[in-house]
Unconditional design. Structure first.
Length: 198
């Protein structure tokens, strides 16, 4: 048990080496699109201010050029097809701090125009993420980290600190670490209960 807590502590400490704000997350997303930004600005005629407004303040424009810009960078990143179909796995691999379950929920948009479809996807994703409260750190399950508790392979299910989009991190690393340790105790107890029933 102590070994599991030490492993969890080391992984958690490494993952939470610094606090991440939504602004930093959006900057990371912008870095992901950077290789194609100029090309897509040229192709779509979008105003640079609309891009800056989104990645700096989270402000979504309804401008048709902005819609097509989103579609353009998504296609170039292979996050979506030319018809606007979203590649859920590619989204989570391309953009940091994206919750796969939210992407899957937002992928059910029926719209024929690919630019509108991508715009709606981003808009719904942003709204859904605000409702579900995205964690500022990727979950340990997304990193492939698994922990064997009492010989049961239990994934560490989303041990991230939750924040509202647009707000700085309000929970300290120490508080988060304590909640992770409590969660590990609960997993260990559950594994022991499973072993007694089997």
């Amino acid at each position: 048990m102590k070994l599991y807590i030490v492993i969890l502590f080391l992984v958690a400490y490494e993952s939470f080496a610094h606090d991440v704000t939504i602004s930093e997350i959006r900057n990371g997303w912008r870095r992901a699109i950077a290789p194609f930004e100029d090309e897509c600005i040229h192709e779509t005629g979008v105003k640079a201010e609309l891009i800056d407004d989104f990645y700096t303040y989270g402000k979504m424009s309804d401008d048709p050029c902005w819609r097509c810009f989103l579609q353009c960078v998504n296609v170039k990143l292979q996050v979506s097809t030319s018809t606007g179909e979203v590649n859920v796995k590619q989204v989570s691999e391309t953009f940091d701090y994206v919750d796969l379950s939210i992407v899957e929920k937002c992928n059910k948009i029926s719209e024929l125009d690919p630019c509108k479809k991508t715009h709606l996807f981003v808009k719904v994703f942003k709204k859904q993420a605000r409702l579900e409260r995205i964690g500022p750190y990727p979950s340990l399950s997304n990193t492939g980290f698994k922990l064997d508790v009492e010989r049961k392979n239990l994934d560490l299910i989303y041990l991230s600190v939750f924040i509202n989009l647009g707000s700085p991190l309000r929970t300290s690393k120490a508080e988060h670490l304590l909640s992770c340790i409590d969660y590990m105790r609960m997993l260990t107890f559950r594994a022991k209960m499973i072993n007694t029933l089997v």
